[in-house]
Write a protein that binds this ligand. Structure first.
Ligand SMILES: [Zn+2]
Length: 266
């Protein structure tokens, strides 16, 4: 993927202009969101309808397809009332990316439901504590290709526009917004885009509350111990595409596999 005249270019990118946009500007931040919507097409349609009075620069579908609704040098309306680092009204300073994801789920019996009463398969559910909330909750998982696109977009946008930081809507509008939520690996994406001081370091930590540690590299393997808490320090023993074998630091001799989405290099 590349950026040509403030437009994203790749064979999985399509362009559709939204009327919901403002002046030209020089972006300094990247803000991630979830759509909390019924699907990519309905979210794109909504963000392109004048009555929405809302938009984003990009919408990333669960299949990895991307729709661009406004050039990166034109203000889009994704942040609303928001502030960060002394700045207010973050639309004027940021590129906004919406990820197609239903958001927070409710468990009814053994089923997981979205706010619009769609059922989500258990494999697509992550149990985690939001950093701005006190209790564990259920969240719609992002797909692997969505996370890969988010990583690639973050690196490309940081490099192209010399962005200062990558944030979630929940960071700039806490209390009012909870997206992109704990299922989104924002810490990893941040490290990937801004680089690490020592790539060969094997010291990692857990970036989510309640990370399952399993007998093998997959959700089909049973846990070997209670879930790891946020910030637990681990030593990387072996890494595969999506899973890593780790040794939990501390007095208990716990070794097992964790998802790469929820660990980051220290
Ligand atoms: Zn948002």
């Amino acid at each position: 993927m590349k950026i040509d005249d403030h437009l994203l270019v790749a064979d999985y990118v399509s362009q559709r202009q939204t009327p919901n946009k403002g002046n030209s500007f020089d972006p300094k931040y990247l803000i991630f969101h979830f759509t909390a919507g019924r699907g990519c097409q309905s979210s794109v349609d909504w963000l392109c309808s004048p009555q929405a009075k809302a938009s984003a620069h990009l919408v990333v579908g669960r299949d990895g397809s991307i729709t661009q609704l406004a050039p990166f040098n034109i203000v889009a309306w994704h942040a609303g009332k928001s502030c960060w680092n002394g700045l207010t009204g973050m639309n004027q300073y940021s590129v906004g990316i919406e990820m197609d994801n239903a958001g927070k789920l409710t468990k009814v019996g053994s089923k997981y439901r979205t706010w619009f009463q769609a059922e989500i398969a258990e494999d697509d559910v992550i149990q985690a504590k939001h950093k701005n909330e006190s209790d564990m909750g259920f969240w719609h998982a992002y797909t692997d290709i969505q996370i890969q696109r988010a990583n690639d977009l973050a690196s490309l946008l940081v490099e192209t526009y010399q962005l200062k930081d990558i944030l979630g809507h929940e960071d700039i509008a806490p209390g009012r917004k909870n997206d992109p939520g704990p299922a989104f690996p924002l810490t990893n994406i941040h490290s990937g885009a801004f680089g690490r001081s020592d790539d060969t370091d094997d010291d990692y930590k857990v970036t989510v509350e309640g990370l399952n540690i399993r007998k093998g590299p997959g959700v089909e393997f049973d846990p070997v111990a209670p879930p790891l808490s946020l910030g637990t320090e681990i030593l990387l023993l072996e890494t595969k595409d999506r899973w890593s074998k780790v040794d939990v630091k501390g007095p208990n001799d716990i070794e097992g596999w964790v998802s790469n989405k929820f660990i980051t290099s220290i």
